[in-house]
Every structure is written in structure tokens, then in C-alpha cells.
Write a protein that binds this ligand. Structure first.
Ligand SMILES: [Zn+2]
Length: 87
């Protein structure tokens, strides 16, 4: 008797209304929280510089995504991918 397992497909959808900013120190692994305004991320960089003396930073824009189960039928596309048989 064989059991057949199949991975569930998921889909990512970008949420254009939710964008954030993150400050990152390039001299150590510390980063700010993701905040809604770039000024807030830059303030974290200045505070980190004052506390540590670290002088080089990155400001990154963060795009939020929502993961949802993909309910579309993909039988023709996924055949052989993600299927695992137990023996
Ligand atoms: Zn640092």
C-alpha cells in the first residue's frame, strides 16, 4: 500500500499600500525595526552611530506580501513536481 503526499501550492501577493523602511548598520549586524517613514529609520541610524561610533548605513525599502493557498488547478503544470511516494 502506498501513501502519496503532495505539497500545497502558495501564492504571494504584493500589498502596495504597506511599504516600510529599515535602517541597517554595515559595520555590525544590527538593524532598525521596519518603520513607516524613512526619517524614522534614519533616526535609528543616528542613534546607533551615537551609541557605537559606527559610521556607514543602508536604508532599505521593505515591500510587504501576503501568502495565501493557491486554489487554482495546476494538475497539468505540477505533475511530477512536489509529489512524493512513500515505499
Ligand atoms: Zn553597528
Amino acid at each position: 500500500m502506498k501513501a502519496r503526499y503532495r505539497f500545497k501550492k502558495w501564492r504571494l501577493t504584493a500589498n502596495p499600500d504597506v511599504v516600510g523602511f529599515t535602517g541597517k548598520c554595515t559595520w555590525c549586524p544590527q538593524t532598525s525595526f521596519t518603520v513607516p517613514l524613512p526619517d524614522e529609520a534614519q533616526l535609528w541610524c543616528l542613534q546607533h552611530a551615537g551609541a557605537t561610533g559606527h559610521k556607514v548605513y543602508e536604508l532599505a525599502t521593505v515591500q510587504m506580501f501576503t501568502a495565501t493557498p493557491d486554489t487554482q488547478d495546476h494538475d497539468g503544470e505540477t505533475k511530477g513536481k512536489g509529489d512524493h511516494a512513500r515505499r
